[in-house]
Design a protein around this ligand. Structure first.
Ligand code: URA
Length: 249
């Protein structure tokens, strides 16, 4: 949905989202004059609409600065050994690594990476955007670099995986060692290949290379649509991104 046709959020909703207060407590706080603008004047109308173009908006709640936001979008460098989940009994989660991100409670992952896969993982508070980015019908390309145990066989145009799935591969190319992304782990020597594809079936990249006779020793997602994993972003780190740079804005 274009940004300018998105519903204009109410002040009490924004305050509740951004402060962790419940909706009713947020309404009461506004009516009591506890929420002030940067010039010190209080808001009193909890139902006032705040145009998205005014967000993020710095205000004060009980005199303390607070940033009002409706949505947040985050690009994370997922390390190996954490699961793409908000909670898990056995493993640390990629979500825990986002502690401190704005609107942390509302963030959802866009798709998944395997436990041992590193690289670019998007998170957003906007459910419609999750769908827009993850659904294959929108044709968003994902780019991965894979460390392999041996060079893959040439990829036939009509590659069919073990479960009958036909992956939508846009490109497979060899990457010279010195050009490989630093986010790709190197547990052993081996050729590195870059693969660009649409769709995100379970273990898809590993199964594609298995069908071409190679085993994936390490896998890193280096791009998702227009977003690239910055080479300077350490594993476990994250940055806020501007959705308007991407599809569906
Ligand atoms: N394909 C895989 O095999 N694993 C991932 O984590 C992502 C894509």
């Amino acid at each position: 949905m274009p940004l300018d046709s998105a519903p204009v959020p109410r002040l009490d909703l924004l305050l509740a989202r951004s402060s962790g207060l419940g909706r009713r407590a947020a309404t009461r706080a506004i009516r009591a004059g506890r929420l002030t603008r940067h010039d010190g004047t209080p808001w009193t109308d909890a139902k006032e609409r705040v145009p998205p173009s005014h967000l993020p908006l710095t205000v004060r709640l009980d005199g303390e600065p607070l940033v009002l936001r409706e949505h947040v979008h985050v690009l994370q460098h997922k390390p190996a050994g954490v699961v793409t989940a908000r909670s898990d009994r056995r493993h640390a989660t990629a979500y825990e690594l986002l502690a401190g991100a704005p609107l942390h409670r509302h963030l959802r992952a866009v798709g998944r990476l395997d436990l041992d896969t590193t690289g670019l993982l998007l998170w957003t508070t906007d459910g419609t955007w999750v769908h827009r980015l993850a659904h294959p019908k929108y044709g968003i390309e994902r780019t991965y670099e894979a460390l392999l145990d041996r060079p893959p066989a040439p990829c036939p145009e009509d590659l069919v995986l073990d479960d009958g799935h036909r992956p939508e591969i846009r490109r497979i190319e060899t990457v010279p060692d010195e050009k490989a992304h630093p986010g790709l782990l190197r547990p052993a020597p081996g050729p590195v290949c870059r693969i660009v594809l649409v769709g995100g079936k379970f273990h898809e990249v590993k199964r594609i290379f298995a069908a071409l006779g190679s085993r994936v020793l390490a896998l890193c997602r280096t791009a998702y649509g227009p977003w690239r994993l910055p080479v300077t972003l350490p594993a476990g780190g994250w940055v806020e991104i501007d959705r308007r740079a991407g599809p569906g804005a």
